[in-house]
Design a protein around this ligand. Structure first.
Ligand code: PLP
Length: 283
């Protein structure tokens, strides 16, 4: 079945949708994106995703010409037209099409593309993710959700070739993030995740989990941690709009803890799904 996608004000069958070869998203990755989860037909934490979109656009001086309400309406319309139950919505805004020139075009006419991706999402997990550690090769502004994702493409491909589910990126032995996820560790009575900075993307799922993390009875500790600490952790946890909350049970072939999905990860995942019924912790 062909999807109905959104391109610059029009809803079209995917094979009829296109953008110019001069689009700056294509030529320069001069573009920002967002991915919001959909569970049981409901958008999760969409307000927070749109707030991050606005921030990313502001940081690269890309003027968004759609209001938050308009963007939410397009999300809802795509869910409706595609009968989406579980999966996500991808949104990409670019600085538009103009003859190739590095500096911004005089005429500001952004391109907006959105489409649905259906995926089966199960509340219960039968096994944890396996991770492959790779050096983080990204640029200095990882807080901007840019479509320049070549480093992550290579990281995740290396993970896939090693038979792993996700890459664990590190800089000189200090963990930054997953290939497309936030990484947390559990040690003793602490749940640890690194502070926000230009070195990492401010995960919306991270923000959501922080609103209820202490319901586990563990204490949140915001600090950087090393790859060795992750290997020695009681649990490693992944969060992202695509993975929700997932236990990770192996790094580079070494089991984490007893090698089984851990109780903290499973509890946080349960709470995530409980809150999904009302649009997520952040709404
Ligand atoms: N970090 C990186 C590098 C990502 O690409 C993503 C998601 O794509 C995340 C973290 C998690 O962010 P979110 O929870 O908003 O999906």
């Amino acid at each position: 079945m062909s999807r109905i996608v959104y391109v610059n004000g029009r809803y079209l069958p995917e094979h009829e949708a296109s953008v110019s070869i001069f689009d700056r998203g294509f030529l320069f990755a001069d573009a920002i994106y967002e991915v919001s989860a959909v569970i049981n037909g409901k958008l999760i934490d969409v307000g927070a995703h749109l707030a991050r979109l606005e921030r990313s656009c502001r940081e690269i001086k890309l003027e968004l010409t759609w209001s938050g309400d308009e963007l939410i309406a397009i999300h809802e319309e795509l869910i409706e037209r595609n009968g989406l139950v579980d999966g996500g919505i991808y949104l990409q805004v670019t600085r538009g099409a103009a003859d190739r020139n590095f500096t911004f075009p005089a005429q500001r006419k952004p391109t907006l593309v959105m489409f649905t991706q259906a995926r089966s999402i199960a509340r219960k997990v039968s096994r944890g993710y396996t991770l492959k550690s790779v050096p983080d090769l990204r640029w200095a502004r990882r807080d901007i959700k840019s479509t320049a994702l070549l480093a992550q493409v290579l990281a995740k491909q290396a993970a896939a070739e090693a038979g792993c589910d996700e890459a664990l990126m590190h800089e000189d032995g200090v963990v930054t993030e997953g290939g497309s996820s936030t990484i947390w560790i559990v040690k003793g009575r602490s749940i640890i995740s690194r502070p926000l900075s230009a070195k990492v993307l401010a995960g919306i799922t991270r923000q959501a989990v922080l609103t209820y993390v202490e319901e586990t009875g563990f204490t949140f500790e915001e600090r950087a941690f090393t790859l060795q600490e992750a290997l020695d952790a009681d649990e490693v946890i992944i969060t992202a709009a695509t993975a929700m909350v997932m236990p990770a049970t192996e790094i580079d072939g070494h089991p984490i803890g007893d090698g089984q999905p851990g109780p903290v990860a499973l509890r946080l995942r349960d709470i995530y799904f409980d809150l999904a019924e009302r649009g997520g912790a952040l709404g």
